[in-house]
Design a protein around this ligand. Structure first.
Ligand code: COS
Length: 383
């Protein structure tokens, strides 16, 4: 463990109080306004949330994967949009730098990301490159000592308020796949960078997403991540391995929240002269949810432990994401069912979670991509 167990427990207790007392009362307002109140973002900065996984040497808390998963699980107990505010700085917006950045790049960006002064964002997906991430068409062409970047990145989380984009672009046009892609650190204010209109989404209101357009964006060579061309796709995959575990941990947290809400409701709600919690068909839904949540929690803990021990967990992280995100989809569906008519009504918030969790099965790799990652690993191991 990076932290001793008392310090970790203190951190989790503080964050649990923040989630319960500060964030939960703001869930429906945040969804209605499609915006997290700025004072809450400032409180998140003060709590160190933007720097959870940034190494201590650069001003962050330096949490290891097990600790990060524990924190993500706590934040699963409220609307996922809150976690998303600092989520890119913890995950896909900072980890390319943490994993593969040069020392100078880390020193330049990471301390400001740790405080939340800089919000990072991950520009991989494109209109024609979603699941097939290696087929990016955005180009970065050498021009003197600089690169000129052109292309469009799609559905970029936190882009509307991001300061720094990690942009994956093709530096070798002769290579169609993964080997021709490089990663660049591009400041939002660089001439030629523009943003699309934020998308209106099915759920997770308050977590802004838009396209980012690059038109003849000139970046100096020292913004090439790690100073190395044509290894950007590998960086993206390493970042996503970690991100997938993080999403799995949030899924466990949201499932816990929904199970608690559904169980309490089932105890209070009476039909046929008794609490519906006494009906075995309702109990079956609760028990299935609890069991599946527990299975996902065990998978996440075990995979995080193995990652911290230095094992390659690519396929295990994919298994976690596949199981945990599908699990929380089923748990949310049962929660709506247990709440009955109330589950369909906005005031109870259950339908909101049902919509929010739908994204978990899609972003950072769809369930079908996770299946292919798992199966590819199996075929490799047994051939
Ligand atoms: N860690 C390190 N290296 C990895 C890796 C990982 N997790 N996964 C793949 N690689 C390497 C491979 O070893 C290969 O290297 P070599 O060229 O040396 O052989 C290279 O990356 C290409 O890998 P692969 O051949 O598996 O690439 P594919 O084009 O088949 O794509 C998938 C692989 C489908 C898994 C990838 O495109 C993917 O994850 N897609 C989903 C993208 C995604 O999650 N998007 C979400 C957007 S961000 S919110």
């Amino acid at each position: 463990m990076a932290l001793d167990s008392d310090t970790l427990q203190q951190l989790l207790d503080t964050l649990t109080r923040f989630v319960n007392e500060r964030l939960r009362p703001l869930e429906s307002k945040t969804a209605a306004d499609d915006r997290i109140p700025q004072e809450v973002v400032e409180e998140m900065k003060a709590l160190g949330l933007f720097g959870l996984t940034i190494p201590e040497a650069y001003g962050g808390l330096g949490l290891n994967m097990q600790e990060e998963a524990a924190v993500a699980r706590v934040f699963g107990r409220t609307s996922p949009a809150f976690r998303s505010a600092f989520g890119t700085n913890v995950g896909i917006g900072s980890q390319s730098l943490v994993i593969d950045g040069t020392e100078a790049q880390k020193q330049f960006y990471l301390p400001k990301m740790a405080t939340g002064e800089i919000v990072g964002s991950f520009c991989l997906s494109e209109p024609e490159a979603g699941s097939d991430a290696a087929s990016v068409r955005t180009t970065a062409v050498k021009d003197g000592d600089d690169y000129l970047i052109n292309g469009t990145k799609r559905y970029i989380t936190n882009a509307p308020w991001a300061d720094l984009f990690t942009v994956f672009a093709r530096t070798d046009a002769s290579v169609k796949g993964a080997r021709g892609v490089s990663a660049f650190l591009v400041d939002r204010k660089t001439p030629g960078v523009s943003l699309g209109v934020p998308y209106r989404k099915m759920g997770q209101q308050g977590a802004p997403v838009c396209d980012v357009i690059f038109e003849d964006v000139r970046v100096p060579a020292d913004k090439l991540l790690g100073g190395a061309e044509n290894v950007g796709f590998i960086t993206a995959m390493k970042v996503l391995d970690k991100g997938r575990l993080h999403i799995s941990a949030i899924s466990v947290g949201v499932a816990e929240r929904l199970i608690e809400d559904a169980t309490k409701y089932a105890i209070e709600r009476r039909q046929f002269n008794q609490p519906i919690a006494e009906f075995q068909l309702v109990q079956a839904m609760l028990a299935d949810s609890q069991t599946e949540m527990y299975a996902a929690a065990c998978m996440v803990e075990e995979t995080a432990r193995r990652r911290d021990a230095g094992e390659a967990v690519n396929a295990l992280a994919a298994s976690c994401k596949l199981f945990a995100t599908e699990m929380v989809g089923r748990v949310a569906d049962r929660a709506v069912q247990i709440f009955g008519g109330a589950g369909y009504i906005e005031d109870y918030g259950i339908e909101r979670f049902y919509r929010d969790v739908r994204l978990f099965r899609i972003y950072e790799g769809t369930s079908q991509i996770q299946q292919t990652v798992i199966a590819k690993d199996m075929v490799k191991r047994f051939s």
